[in-house]
Design a binder for this molecule. Sequence first.
Ligand code: HEC
Length: 159
Amino acid sequence: MPKIDSKWLLGLAVCGFAFAGTFASAEPQASHEHSAAHGEPVESNMHEFMEYYFEPAYKELRSEMASEPENNTGWKAIKAHSLVLAEGGNLLLMHKPYKSDDVKSWREHSVAVRKHGGELFAAAKKKDYAAARTAYEAMIGQCNQCHDGFHHGKPKLKP
Ligand code: HEC
């Protein structure tokens, strides 16, 4: 019997695994499970969600944005908290409008917080305080607009 090169055998085994892997990942069941996964609120009570997700990041951000950061640590903190709030806009899209059927305006305010929060994040990456300030004030304006529309103007947040 001719001697079979062990390297050749190893190569064949590796190809075999790669081939099997391709099929395993394309299995209908696996892709079905993937499409069934979706975001859902951990805390569905809006008061609790605002108090424990939005409020702490807002309080930190407010003092960090009070004047131009002097060093990278200051900018890093702004990046962290603006990203939390911008992504918070996405999370609000998973919630029903608060005591209302006005899905349209609930979503508009949520998207606007995401947009201006994202602009603040981008400005902080460039360490551009003027742009950061503009985006920050625009974002807080949107927080307040939603509070105006859905909670009798409370709370009225100061930038
Ligand atoms: C899509 C609507 C919406 C947006 C956008 C929104 N909020 Fe709120 N927020 C609410 C509602 C509704 C309440 C009142 C909930 C309650 O007290 O039952 C509230 C309450 C609050 C409270 C008071 C929580 C407490 O303990 O009484 C804070 C603080 C707050 N929001 C911060 C923010 C910040 C900061 C932003 C923007 C980055 C923001 N919110 C954006 C809907 C929104």
